[in-house]
Design a protein around this ligand. Structure first.
Ligand code: 6R9
Length: 645
């Protein structure tokens, strides 16, 4: 288990961190033995409540039910903004760094309040009420955060859809949660290129007659089509509104947001998070995992369209009164030094990114890094996929100059906040290991039969008890919640990940054990890509698997069987790639398409994905038993035709 890499002990300048090793052990133990006492205290310390709760937690995993802080009332936007004003009105809440290195601005907590209240009033003026769903399809601009917080302020439920998703994907998500308002921009700007958000929104809204209001931020000033009955310019509708809007007092279990994520079957699921527990765990983990200190500048490079952007650009940092940097661009534009230039420009102390970005930067060598100062950096973090120890070591030695601990944070859209992670003042770091569970997170490994593994070993990663920021339901389909997370192993939350635990109790996440791909940290169901491919009239069948990719972590490998009488061609390959982009978005482009006259199937007609995975991985020596195949010769043919990646 990665023994060749040295352990990095807690550095001297982290001895006075919020949490040391001894505190971690005693707080962790208490959190498991007495969750009510533990979380009750933190809920009082971290959040402001309008009304106290009468019970901390009650849950039933067999029914997929969890109730945290029953009877308690609070408002998320009040907690992220207003209550900080007495001491931080003039402190920067958000630093915005534009795609163009010459473009940036600071938004103070006082300004944030004005922006959020104006937008909240505008939403009210358009008839949005507590409980209504609002879709947010935005580039990485401050208005994306204002929109989330404005919804929270009036009790509306936001559904942020990643700006890289296609009109088709946007439409599905708007319809699934019955959003009647969409907030978007004329265009986005990323890496010097324009993203046609309003054009995409128009296409999606053609099929969404219930959307009565589309609010459009002017980002580039592009000429866009206009529906006079439905479309409103953001500055025109919002600009004149009052900067006062009383925060709605919400039940602790009131829905805060829906965020769609991919699973192994069917359409993406609308993961629902609620108010009190979600905000508490995102705030607590923000402070402790990143050891956040007063006045520090913190930068998470995720997009707000993903859970990492929700919990660790917006809610966690702002609940803690931090200064959070939001970046519109990409790490490689205008050059490979961009991240470190931004670090130097804004004095970033804590930097949180994905392994795929680290690998992409690593592949360009050390010079773009070493030509910058990075003296402000104190802590580094990663999230989204397993980090290979080589990339970890490079991040540690070259980016962090061996003085910044790395927190490798394992968690999911469904978990809402960090679940397994080192704490920089408490944990000796092993490169590639997410190390130990967060407070209140009771994890276990199960074997094939569902029995808990004691001591070192490998198995399915599960959680044994509810945690505050857990998923509450799959929007509109609670049965799917039960089937997906609480049925494989009765009494446990099933993560879909495999992991091992070493002799020191460190966890090493090995990746998904289901048909979910992780491409550059983006989750995608193989079934989603397959559904897109078979939409083509020439395609009879498609099977999609992941394979190891140097930069993306996993690449998409598609086996495609054509209809009888149709021949493969380069044009067809291009059409199929275009279909995936159209149906899902550019992140779903297959890296390799292999024309497969036949797929390996069992006699009952089930595709043997295990074998397809091995061929895609080029692990031809370990194909395993092929004797149950209806026609074993299919495999030899696929191997012989395997395209060279
Ligand atoms: C936060 C986020 C969740 C899946 C998860 C796992 C993978 C995330 C990881 C990691 C190894 C880490 N994952 N963090 N694997 N080490 N530190 O990424 O949420 O988009 O829902 O993806 O990502 O496979 O199950 P989400």
């Amino acid at each position: 288990m990665h023994h060749e890499f040295p352990v990095h002990p807690v550095p001297a300048n982290f001895r006075d961190a919020h949490i040391n090793a001894e505190q971690y052990r005693s707080m962790y133990q208490r959190s498991i033995e007495d969750p009510d006492g533990f979380w009750g205290e933190l809920a009082g310390e971290f959040l402001s409540w309008d009304q106290p709760w009468t019970r901390v937690v009650d849950y039933d995993f067999t029914k997929g039910e969890a109730n945290w802080f029953d009877g308690g009332k609070l408002n998320v936007s009040y907690n992220c903004i207003d209550r900080h004003l007495p001491e931080r009105a003039d402190q920067t809440a958000l630093i915005w760094e534009g795609d163009d290195p010459g473009d940036s601005m600071h938004i103070t907590y006082a300004e944030l309040k004005d922006h959020v209240c104006r937008l909240a009033n505008a939403l009210k003026a358009r008839g949005v009420k507590s409980g209504d769903r609002v879709c947010i399809y935005m580039p990485m601009i401050p208005e994306a955060s204002y929109a989330m917080l404005a919804c929270a302020r009036i009790g509306a439920v936001h559904s942020v859809v990643f700006g890289g998703f296609s009109p088709e994907a946007l439409k599905d998500r708007i319809l699934d949660s019955d959003c009647q308002v969409l907030i978007t921009a004329d265009e986005g700007v990323r890496g010097g290129k324009k993203v046609p958000l309003k054009v995409n929104a128009d296409k999606a809204l053609d099929a969404c007659p219930d959307v009565h209001t589309c609010l459009v931020v002017r980002r580039t000033g592009a000429d866009v089509a206009w529906n006079g009955e439905r479309d409103y310019w953001y500055d025109e509708l919002v600009g004149g509104q009052s900067t006062d809007c009383a925060p709605e007092s919400m039940d602790a279990e009131a829905p805060l947001f829906i965020l769609y994520t991919s699973g192994s079957t069917g359409k993406p699921k609308g993961v629902l998070h609620t108010t009190g527990g979600y905000l508490l765990q995102s705030a607590v983990t923000f402070k402790y995992t990143f050891d956040y200190r007063e006045g520090e500048v913190y930068w998470c490079t995720a997009d707000v369209g993903w859970i990492t952007g929700h919990s660790y650009i917006v809610y966690g940092p702002l609940a803690c009164g931090a200064t959070s940097l939001m970046f519109e661009g990409v790490p490689t534009y205008p050059n490979y030094s961009r991240c470190w230039d931004v670090v130097d420009k804004h004095g970033v102390n804590i930097f949180y990114t994905a392994p795929t970005a680290i690998r992409a930067l690593h592949s360009e060598g050390d010079e773009p890094v070493t030509s910058t100062s990075r003296a402000s950096l104190r802590l580094l973090g990663t999230v989204g996929e397993p980090i290979n120890p080589e990339a970890w070591e490079w991040y540690y030695k070259v980016v962090g100059e061996s003085r910044c601990p790395i927190v490798d944070t394992w968690w999911q859209t469904e978990t809402g906040a960090h679940m397994i992670t080192p704490l920089p003042g408490a944990t000796d770091l092993k490169p590639g290991s997410a190390s130990f569970p967060m407070f209140g997170v009771d994890v276990a490994l199960l074997d094939e039969s569902g029995k808990e593994i004691e001591g070192p070993g490998a198995g399915y990663l599960v959680v044994k008890a509810s945690w505050p920021s857990q998923i509450r339901t799959v929007y509109g389909d609670h049965q799917r919640m039960i089937d997906t997370y609480f049925s494989n192993y009765k009494g446990y939350y099933f993560t879909g990940d495999g992991a091992s635990r070493d002799a020191d109790g460190y966890y090493w996440i090995t990746g998904r054990v289901d048909d979910v791909l992780n491409v550059s940290g983006h989750r995608m169901g193989t079934a989603e890509v397959e559904s897109a491919l078979v939409l083509h009239e020439d395609v009879a069948e498609a099977a999609v698997v992941g394979y190891p990719h140097d930069i993306k972590g996993q690449g998409i490998y598609a086996y495609v069987t054509l209809m009888h009488g149709h021949a493969p061609s380069d044009d067809l390959r291009k059409e199929l790639i275009a279909l995936c982009v159209e149906e899902i978005g550019p992140i779903a482009k297959p890296d390799i398409i292999q024309w497969a006259p036949d797929l390996p199937k069992t006699r009952s007609g089930k595709i043997m994905r295990r074998i397809l995975r091995k061929i895609a991985e080029n692990e031809l020596g370990s194909l395993g038993d092929t004797s149950t195949l209806a026609d074993p010769s299919v495999v030899d043919k696929l191997i012989a035709d395997r395209p060279q990646p």
